[in-house]
Ligand binder design. Structure first.
Ligand code: ADP
Ligand code: TRP
Length: 326
């Protein structure tokens, strides 16, 4: 049977500090670009943030800031269901049901857990169980598509596996979601050449001012090739950022890399100029938003009502399937 229902898109970001251009190009920009074409739900993933943030005033501030960030990049709360994960209790309720189906060895294979375990002896249960809460986020809304960065791809696979396992045991209940990754550059590189991440301190903040952009770009680590020498655009961290910000001149820059004649200093100057052109409107929009908590709280309240109704309906089916209704 074909239907012309709009496909459902769900994604979210954790409120854990200022967003950087990796978050933007890897995930957030897709939310904006896709909001018209999908039935879109965007979350402030505050329960996931609790796995690492144990500072109530920082968390409160970051939740409101993330709402303003979403508005600044162009999410339209009249079109999108913009809500906060902890406002819809069905997320944790469904996560518990998934906990009772999933196995420890399966969760122990998750990259994020393995990385955390390698670094941290006292890993909390929330971090271990992160994929099941995320599966609940996604599956509760019959989500078709989940735009995320490369590092979240496995979590969407876990959600799909969890849907399949539940459906096998209790009958067809959950739709299998697909991840959606930005195609050109799947992982954005930070100023040290590693993946850009808050945890590596190598980020360029999305709303950075001109001086901060200049400072960050000037710090990007390159090799020591002279201006005249040919350079490899595929391994250079400056060029990786040109791919995002210098789309008009990209072919020319690539040629000058390959033939030699473009020094890293000049390449960085071009990048700074192009980044400013691209980011200034976002920065101005963010600054124009009166950081008015009442507005953010009202947006979240409206979103929670819409998401909450959908989630409650789904939970009625889930409870019926597993035998929790009498
Ligand atoms: P961080 O690693 O800085 O803490 P998060 O884990 O909060 O970032 O990621 C939020 C979203 O941004 C996720 O969808 C993630 O995949 C995406 N993302 C984060 N860093 C990058 C990056 N360097 N390149 C592409 N996408 C990224
Ligand atoms: N784990 C995601 C991140 O770190 C945030 C997130 C939580 C999410 N629940 C989600 C993303 C559901 C997509 C769908 O960025």
């Amino acid at each position: 049977m074909t239907s012309n229902r709009k496909k459902i898109l769900l994604s979210g970001v954790k409120p854990t500090g200022r967003p950087h251009i990796g978050n933007y190009f890897g995930a957030m920009k897709q939310f904006v670009d896709m909001q018209e074409d999908y039935d879109t739900l965007i979350m402030v993933a505050d329960l996931h943030a609790l796995t690492t943030v144990h500072d109530p005033s920082a968390l409160r501030a970051d939740i409101l800031d993330l709402v303003f960030d979403y508005l600044a990049i162009g999410l339209d709360p009249s079109k999108v269901t913009l809500f906060r994960q902890s406002d819809v209790p069905a997320h944790t309720e469904l996560a518990w049901i998934f906990n009772c189906l999933t196995t420890m060895p399966y969760l122990m294979r998750a990259h994020a857990y393995k990385d955390a375990a390698a670094k941290n002896k006292e890993i909390n249960v929330g971090t271990f169980d992160y994929p099941m809460l995320m599966a609940a986020d996604i599956l509760l809304y019959d989500t078709d598509i989940v735009p995320v960065g490369q590092d979240q791809k496995q979590h969407v696979e876990y959600a799909r596996d969890t849907a399949e396992k539940f459906n096998r045991i209790f009958g067809e209940t959950f739709r299998r979601p697909e991840e959606y990754l930005m195609s050109e550059v799947e992982t954005i590189t930070g100023i040290d050449g590693r993946k850009m991440s808050k945890s590596y301190n190598n980020t360029i903040p999305l709303f950075a001012g001109e001086d901060d952009i200049r400072q960050a770009v000037m710090k990007i680590v390159t090799d020591s090739k002279e201006t005249t020498e040919p350079k490899d655009p595929n391994t250079d961290a400056v060029f990786a950022l040109h791919k995002l910000f210098s789309t008009d001149d990209l072919a020319d820059i690539r040629k000058r890399y390959e033939q030699g004649g473009l020094g890293y200093k000049e390449s960085k100057e071009i990048l700074i100029e192009n980044m400013n052109k691209y980011l200034a409107p976002l920065r101005e929009k963010r600054a124009d938003i009166t950081n008015d908590a009442t507005t953010a709280i009202q947006i979240l309240k409206n979103g929670a009502e819409v998401a909450g109704d959908r989630a409650r309906l789904k939970m009625m089916t889930v409870k019926e399937r597993v035998g929790l209704t009498l």
